[in-house]
Design a protein around this ligand. Structure first.
Ligand code: ADP
Length: 630
């Protein structure tokens, strides 16, 4: 696509409308009155590209045009594209051959609208329209009014013109560099370049008065590069076009600008989108996208039969964000609506979808974890509350047991105390006898020591029985030992009641993990119940048997009596709290026993023995090897 140039030289002096009227009178007719809508079939639009399909300037505009058109027509449009490649094949013979080829190609599908992008396409279709698209409306786009004038477009061709106003680019530069004092304007030596310089002089007349202004012209490329690298830092450099330098070297303008901008000592601006990526900060221009959409709207109007006329494609300020950073120019000083190219997206903008997804997952996980923690906390609270209740209940139960056993314990305690008193009396008599036998006195003193030990043990067991727990005192112990200590506690009471205590000889160690005092309380509860049952039954033979052993890999304790047993229908209810058949009973002993056993992962059950009497079984898990450090 040819580079259009500033509208200044073509302007009569008046505003845009005046210049359009001037253009119209110069032979670009405004052809709205002949329009008619295409109603009986899907409209055909042929887009002519001047170069091959790899040239971004025209293909980008063409893509925007296609998209806009498909959107406007809701997809009901037949789009054809021809890449004429006229810059590489400009020969008249070839152009004529191409004209004949396209005429034949579109013979059966005559286009309704032809869009000619660039002046080469516009010239081509102007000369070949009769054979290729005799009834089509022609829309030419992508060049300025002056170019349109020079190629002498037919009167009914509608133009979507692109005008490049250097003043708007200069104003953008002023906003970005409010402290600049110098202005440099660069232009080449071709006719087009010189024309641009003249337009700029006129357009920037007013603007340049605020600066120390220098036109860099009639220079070789090396001189351009050197001068630009030596300008003061508070300078604005405006680059127009350099198709040719003073030495007659030809350039694609952006290539020449690239060399200059690379070593320039101040920011360079230019009025073309193609200069972006070539070291230029930016400028006011018609973007390919804007041009494509403008043409798309024009074509849609033509298809609908709406009146159309020549128009100017809207201009946009564009900048290269990388150059803003290079020169330290503040984004905040950009004119409103400026398009920033190559702007690095923030991490958030770049990855917002993934970040939002990840955040959602994290929040979800956090929610689930929080709910689980809350639930666990609630469970722990409930567990610790119920543990506290259990500890309280066990303690009350212990006190009750101690109370019930107090007379037998007092009796039991009485025995060693009496023995101590008797032995002490005997020893003092011996000493008074005048010839005391030291060996005998020694023996008496040993007996006193032993009895004192027995009394101490009884008090110790009593104290242990009444010990109040604030927390479970987890420890590993042998179930046989706890059974023996419980038997020690009740043996006085059993004796008082005429009950024979039977214990099996433990054959194996039964390590369990629990609170020793609690398990002992279970044994005591079962033993006192058994003694009560035998007393109630009035059976002549009262035997209370304790047996321990390994049963199904659990430590088991069996407590059997020779009472009347438990009525079958009551077997399931005796563990319920407050179930009692005794006059002064509380109905709590067995329910507390069950609560204790279950706290340590065990079970408790009751049964009747075939030979009479009841048997209670307590099973506790064996302490695991690793817990025992084995
Ligand atoms: P309490 O001893 O205060 O009644 P328990 O919960 O210890 O409360 O016992 C509940 C009931 O279970 C007793 O009242 C009794 O009827 C029955 N029971 C418990 N042990 C035996 C047993 N060895 N023989 C017969 N009945 C028993």
């Amino acid at each position: 696509m040819a580079l259009g140039r500033g509208a200044g030289r073509l302007r009569c002096a008046g505003p845009l409308l005046a210049s359009l009227l001037l253009i119209a009178s110069n032979c670009y007719a405004v052809a709205s009155d002949t329009s008619h809508a295409i109603v009986d079939r899907v409209p055909r639009v042929l887009i002519l590209y001047p170069y091959d399909e790899r040239l971004a300037a025209t293909t980008a505009a063409g893509e925007a045009l296609r998209n806009r058109l498909l959107e406007a027509e809701d997809g009901k449009v037949d789009l054809f594209s021809e890449f004429l490649d006229l810059s590489r094949f400009p020969e008249a013979d070839h152009v004529a051959r191409m004209g004949r080829f396209l005429a034949a190609k579109y013979a059966a599908r005559r286009p309704d609208v032809v869009v000619a992008l660039g002046k080469e396409s516009a010239s081509f279709i102007s000369s070949n329209r009769a054979s290729i698209a005799p009834d089509a409306r022609i829309i030419a786009a992508g060049f300025g009014n002056s170019t349109a004038e020079s190629i002498d477009l037919p009167g009914d061709v509608i133009g979507a013109f692109t005008t490049f106003e250097i003043l708007k680019t200069a104003e953008m530069a002023r906003k970005l560099q409010p402290n600049a004092r110098h202005l440099y304007i660069i232009g080449g030596s071709s006719d087009f370049d010189r024309g641009w310089l003249a337009t700029a002089r006129a357009d920037l007349d007013e603007f340049s008065r605020s600066y120390e202004t220098t036109y860099l012209e009639d220079l070789t490329i090396d001189e351009f590069i050197e001068r630009a690298s030596d300008v003061p830092a508070d300078s604005i450099i405006l680059a127009l076009t350099i198709f040719k330098d003073r030495a007659g070297r030809n350039f694609i303008p952006r290539e020449a600008i690239r060399q200059i901008a690379a070593t320039a000592s101040a920011p360079v601006y230019g009025p073309y989108q193609t200069y972006i990526d070539y070291g230029v900060v930016g400028g006011n221009t018609v973007t390919f996208d804007t041009l494509g959409r403008t043409v798309g709207n024009l074509v849609a109007d033509v298809i609908a039969g709406r009146p159309v006329s020549n128009i100017q494609a809207p201009q946009t300020n564009i900048v290269d964000a990388r150059q803003l950073r290079r020169w330290g120019l503040a984004e905040g000083n950009l004119p409103p609506g400026t398009v920033q190219l190559h702007k690095e997206k923030s991490l958030w903008k770049e990855h917002w979808l993934a970040a939002t997804g990840a955040l959602g997952v994290v929040l979800l996980q956090a929610g689930v974890i929080a709910a689980l923690l809350l639930e666990r906390r609630r469970r722990q609270d409930a567990e610790s509350r119920s543990r506290l209740h259990l500890l309280e209940a066990v303690h009350l139960n212990q006190s009750a047991t101690a109370g019930a056993l107090s007379s037998s314990i007092a009796h039991e305690l009485n025995q060693p105390l009496s023995a101590i008193r008797n032995n002490a009396e005997a020893a003092s008599q011996l000493l008074r006898s005048g010839n005391p036998d030291p060996e005998l006195i020694q023996q008496i003193l040993l007996d006193i020591q032993e009895d004192d030990q027995r009394a101490g043990d009884i008090i110790g067991r009593m104290r242990g029985l009444l010990k109040k727990r604030r927390e479970i005192d987890w420890q590993e112990f042998d179930l046989n030992d706890v059974t023996s200590s419980a038997i020690h506690i009740i043996h006085g009471e059993a004796e008082r009641r005429g009950i024979t205590l039977n214990t099996n000889q433990p054959t194996t160690e039964l390590p369990v993990r629990a609170d020793k005092v609690h398990v002992q309380q279970v044994v005591l509860n079962l033993a006192t119940n058994a003694m009560d049952a035998m007393m109630d039954a009035g059976s002549p033979r009262k035997v209370l048997t304790f047996a321990t052993g390994l049963e199904k890999e659990k430590a088991e304790l069996r407590v059997a009596d020779t009472g009347d047993g438990i009525p079958e229908e009551r077997l399931s209810s005796i563990f319920e709290p407050f179930y009692t058949t005794k006059q002064a009973g509380t109905g709590l002993g067995l329910s507390i026993a069950r609560a204790i056993v279950e706290t340590y992962g065990g079970t408790i059950s009751a049964d009747n023995r075939p030979e009479g009497g009841a048997i209670f079984r307590v099973a506790l898990p064996l302490a695991r090897r690793e817990e025992r450090g084995q």
